[in-house]
Design a protein around this ligand. Structure first.
Ligand SMILES: Nc1nc2c(ncn2[C@@H]2O[C@H](COP(=O)(O)OP(=O)(O)OP(=O)(O)O)[C@@H](O)[C@H]2O)c(=O)[nH]1
Length: 258
């Protein structure tokens, strides 16, 4: 009985020229010997061939186990790397949208969101600027100033309505956007945040008092955000120049400015 020739098992070495060595050379050799022993050999040849096959088979199983373990380890490492990559991507996307100090939306994101909202819906814009913040930094130091900015952001996050978006426009200037042209709701929101800012205290600095000025503007859907911003900024300017720690409103952005 013939179960094959060397050429039937060997992948390499058929033309014998320039081919890389066959990975299964020793197994193929054992198989060849076994085939020959089966065709022509005596009992002794059969036994030797069987022993060689057993040795090769045993080694192949051990190698396969090692390979499978290695593949499992590589798969686990790949999966961990993939997870880390997902976390990094998520972190980068978060950092791209948020202000690093306060965690509120950053200027670009807030403006993008506001423009998208205002294109389809009426909106209120609350601009807020902490009063005499330079003095806070000068008297109590920059780290205390930073903490105040975080406290203010925390108050905004807690007190803004659920459908509102809070952002830091830069420095000590913040904004809240609220869907809907409801002056009462915007005023109520700004009033609560103003109260919370007045209540900010810092351990070790009993004399520290913080206030903020607010400018609110409301506009109907389709108004340009630039227009709304100019109105709110104008109201904020009036709040600053009429004594600070107060709220000024432009109820209709289209008719509210000259
Ligand atoms: N601690 C801290 N201070 C900042 C940060 N960004 C801006 N500032 C400070 O905010 C201060 C803003 O000062 P001004 O623009 O003069 O305004 P102000 O002193 O608040 O005065 P009014 O707005 O007119 O009431 C500057 O001293 C800036 O250095 C920040 O991230 N951390």
């Amino acid at each position: 009985m013939s179960i094959g020739t060397p050429a039937d098992f060997a992948d390499g070495g058929r033309d014998g020229r320039g081919k890389p060595p066959d990975l299964f050379e020793s197994e193929i050799r054992a198989l060849e010997t076994a085939c020959q022993a089966l065709d022509n050999g005596n009992h002794q040849d059969h036994r030797r061939a069987l022993e060689a096959l057993i040795r090769e088979f045993d080694r192949v199983i051990r190698d396969m186990r090692r390979l499978i373990n290695h593949a499992d380890r590589t798969e686990r490492e790949l999966s961990r790397a993939n997870q880390r990559l997902t976390e990094l991507t998520r972190g980068l996307a978060y950092r791209n949208r948020h202000d690093g100090l306060t965690g509120l939306l950053n200027r670009e994101t807030l403006i993008d969101e506001a423009e998208a909202l205002l294109a389809v819906q009426a909106m209120a814009l609350i601009l807020m600027d902490i009063d005499h913040f330079k003095q806070v930094n000068d008297r109590y130091g920059h780290p205390v100033g930073d903490q105040i900015l975080r406290d203010v952001a925390g108050a905004m996050r807690t007190l803004a309505p659920e459908d509102g978006l809070c952002g830091r426009l830069g420095g000590e200037e913040f904004a809240v956007i609220l869907p809907g042209q409801i002056a009462g709701k915007a005023l109520g929101c700004a009033g609560c945040i103003a109260d919370a800012i007045r209540a900010v205290r810092r351990d070790g600095h009993p004399g520290l008092r913080v206030t903020a000025s607010f400018g609110i503007a409301l506009a109907s859907a389709g108004t340009s955000f630039d227009r709304l911003y100019i109105c709110a900024d104008d109201a904020l300017y009036r709040a600053k120049h009429s004594g600070r720690d107060r709220i000024e409103v432009v109820a209709d952005c289209i008719r509210g400015l000259p």
